[in-house]
Design a protein around this ligand. Sequence first.
Ligand code: V47
Ligand code: SF4
Length: 359
Amino acid sequence: MSTLETIAAKVSANQRISPEEALFLFASNDLLAIGNLAAQANERKNGKKVFFNVNRHINPTNICVNRCAFCAFSRTTGEPGAYTLAQEEICNRARGAEADGATEVHMVGGLHPDLPFEFYEETLAAIRKVAPKLHIKAFTAVEIDYFARITGLEIATVLARLKEAGLGSMPGGGAEILVEEVRQRICPEKISGQRWLEIIRQAHLAGLKTNATMLYGHVEGHADRVAHMEMLRNLQDETGGFQAFIPLAFQPENSDLKLDIKATSGLDDLKTLAIARIFLDNFDHIKAYWVMLGEKIAQVSLAFGVNDLDGTVVEEKIGHDAGAQSPQSLTKEGIISLIRKAGKVPVERDTLYRPIRTY
Ligand code: V47
Ligand code: SF4
């Protein structure tokens, strides 16, 4: 039988905890004990360093053929609020980001029914031309699958062509909850969890680093969260290609899942981040995405095993269309101050976690 003592002994000895033990932690209300274990596991890997980057999000289009039930960002062609950015506008934003000191552009969007694959290749090449110093982190596994479907190309070919055009790495979106029964309820049109894992595996094999997210706080249970993280842990054992794990707190406004689902509690947010740190022993980085968590919980999470606060973001649509109360953007100075006040050492990083400057 699991007890906090047996789990604590494992964490101290740097041993892996089992899915049953992770479930035990979810059922426990001893948040401070769980947080202490997570802080211990984090300090062993990262000391007092907390990473952030200077980045800019660009969402080329919100038109999407999937229309996942939880997504307040997507639109159908012709619906009020539907948009598609011209390539020139995407380039202007990337150029502006580089001029403002960004090192990364994070670009993800809807599955557009009409844009050809070449649009995305050309956009990468155009960004590379106007902002050559920017690392381009773009396209979720869901978009990569869509490109393969609309072109009839193999996943490996799609990835190779995007890499050739300038793709540097991939974000971790589209994972939601990888357990099929949950996916059927929240995003039945989306690729399966197994397909998501397979595309990420291929990205890792192609030399592209990725992140992994987990959308929590909707219809899933604790066992689904643990099963999700176990699938990620297994793949990471195999490829080592994941950089950060990012739990995304569900924002319930304006989505078809709204029903009577309430925003996650601070306690659940902190527990989920801490258990992720303890369970995902083969992930170096656990990221608190301040957009979905709010600045205050993101700051407190630095005492609960988190070592990354994402970036400046600049213009955020996915969470804010769904009612996120956080600002659209944080300044670099704001992030540095937030980390310092938590007694940690702010380190600006590039997308691949190479330190740029320690503050
Ligand atoms: O895949 C959609 C999620 C994701 C909602 O890899 C929602 O560095 C909460 O993946 N409430 C996109 N979440 C964002 C994402 C991301 C963000 C920041 C950094 C990185 C990274 C990745 O947003 C989607 C979906 O899981 N999402 N709707 C919502 N209502
Ligand atoms: Fe489309 Fe992604 Fe929104 Fe689903 S989550 S509707 S795939 S933009």
